[in-house]
Design a protein around this ligand. Structure first.
Ligand code: PLP
Length: 461
């Protein structure tokens, strides 16, 4: 039930009612949808007018969104949705003034050429619906990029699709190609959208564990895959195998032997491979090996202009792969957004054509940020798995006395003014072996990281 709000213009009572109804329970009835924003009824007459003073039945809000929420482990037993841990932690960061190392967005600017190109495109009037697959110069630039970096030849007219970020690309792929009951193999921990999208499509997610391997005398801490687990997860029911290299949240990259095994298993079961490669250019001294080298005939690869050029809010990504698979995905994507980001598309095309030095500089600067945060974490006593790529580092908080990463992260803003995310948020329930691990984002300015490091150093057991 919605709280009984006051009548028109009764702003004070609106706020009173909101607080009364929400303060006592973490997920009130107006939190049915897991918005990524702190929830509130804004001050102002518009929102007040929307609330009828006439008593009428509450609309039934049950629906397919609950499948998505269930897939993301965000559905309560009574069918109500919870906000994501990212939304909760960002709200906590706002409320406490904690440095937000939870969400993975840079707080620094991307290459000036890319920003200028977007402004120029807006001024030049490129503000109307672009073509369904994407503007020709971006399609061409993506094809050139794949040839330049990986030697992969794509036909920009048939093998490329521009999407509203990789997020929409993932949704379009799963909704287009996963049929009810199909199994989709994922590596766990996994990017949270996979679970929501697969469940919404009616698929069955089959998780292959990536296991934490603590440091030994000779080797640093890291995550490892047992190939036997991957073989065991695949069967004639497998419709898709989802690989994410470089991987969020672990920062590991898939070895060639893993990519070869994925290709072998996908061929054996005639499965499609979905390869999420949004961090392909954020590599620290190791080359990126695309999945499409190993199974080009059945791989759909996702890229992200937002990640590559530090403009995550632009939501401009792409899918590349065989024409028939791309056509199937377009059959779904055109009913999701149809098209997106007209002026951002030529800007991302500009970015993709920038010299190698720009890519290298971006990755080198990010590596310095990684090193700054990782040394602070190690100094304080966390066991750190130094990432090879991407935005995030995973650290074990057990040496600091943590037994539950979720509780540890919820208490961290209060204890030292920093926000992090428990790794179990990237897992289905039951991964107790990862219970004390937490994820920190280092895609932050030097000032932000220096302040976070200062605060972390005040942490005591
Ligand atoms: C592994 C992974 N895939 C996809 C995305 C979404 O990318 P985009 O911002 O282009 O939608 C993210 C963003 O955090 C990610 O970490």
């Amino acid at each position: 039930m919605r709280p009984a709000l006051g009548g028109r213009g009764d702003v004070a009572s609106v706020h009173g009612a909101w607080h009364a109804s929400h303060a006592s329970r973490p997920h009130g009835p107006t939190d049915h949808i897991p918005f990524d924003e702190p929830r509130c009824v804004p001050v102002g007459s518009a929102s007040v007018r929307l609330v009828s003073s006439v008593s009428s039945p509450v609309p039934d809000v049950s629906g397919p969104w609950q499948d998505a929420a269930r897939g993301a482990a965000l559905l309560d037993a009574d069918g109500r949705g919870r906000p994501t841990i990212f939304a909760e932690m960002s709200a906590l960061s706002l409320a406490t003034g904690a440095v937000n190392l939870g969400q993975g967005f840079p707080d620094y600017a991307g290459p000036q050429e890319v920003l200028d190109a977007a402004v120029a495109a807006i001024r030049a009037g490129r503000n109307q619906y672009p073509p369904g697959r994407g503007v020709p110069e971006l399609l061409d630039a993506i094809a050139e990029h794949h040839d330049r970096f990986y030697g992969i030849a794509l036909d920009p007219k048939t093998d490329v699709l521009v999407t509203a970020g990789a997020t929409e690309g993932l949704a379009a792929i799963f909704l287009a190609l996963v049929r009810p009951g199909d199994e989709v193999v994922c590596f766990e921990p996994y990017y949270d959208a996979y679970g929501a999208d697969i469940a919404r499509a009616g698929g069955v997610q089959v998780n292959v564990p990536l296991r934490w391997r603590p440091a030994t005398l000779t080797d640093a801490a890291t995550f490892v895959l047992d190939p036997a687990d991957l073989r065991a997860a695949c069967s004639e029911r497998t419709r898709m195998i989802v690989v994410n290299t470089p991987h969020n949240p672990t920062g590991t990259i898939s070895r060639d032997s893993t990519l070869e095994l994925i290709a072998e298993l996908a061929r054996a079961h005639n499965a499609i491979v979905v390869s999420d490669e949004v961090y392909e250019h954020l590599m620290f001294g190791v080359p990126h090996h695309p999945m499409a080298w190993f199974a080009p005939e059945r791989t759909l690869t996702l890229g992200s202009g937002g990640k590559t050029f530090s403009v995550t809010g632009w939501k401009c990504g792409w899918i590349t792969g065989p024409a028939e698979l791309i056509d199937a995905v377009i059959g779904m994507k055109q009913w999701l957004t149809y098209v997106n980001g007209a002026p951002f598309q030529p800007a991302i095309a500009t970015g993709l054509r920038l010299p190698d030095a720009v890519y290298t500089r971006g990755a080198d600067e990010l590596r310095d940020r990684r090193d700054l945060l990782c040394s602070a974490l190690s100094e304080v006593g966390f066991e750190v798995a130094l990432p090879d790529a991407g935005y995030f580092v995973i650290a074990d908080a057990a040496p600091l006395g943590a037994v539950d990463g979720d509780a540890f992260c919820r208490g961290l803003p209060e204890r030292c003014g920093v926000v992090a995310i428990p790794v179990t948020a990237f897992c289905a329930p039951g991964r107790d072996d990862l219970a004390t691990l937490v994820r920190f984002a280092y895609c932050k300015s030097d000032d932000t990281l220096a302040e976070a490091a200062r605060r972390l150093r005040t942490l005591t057991r």
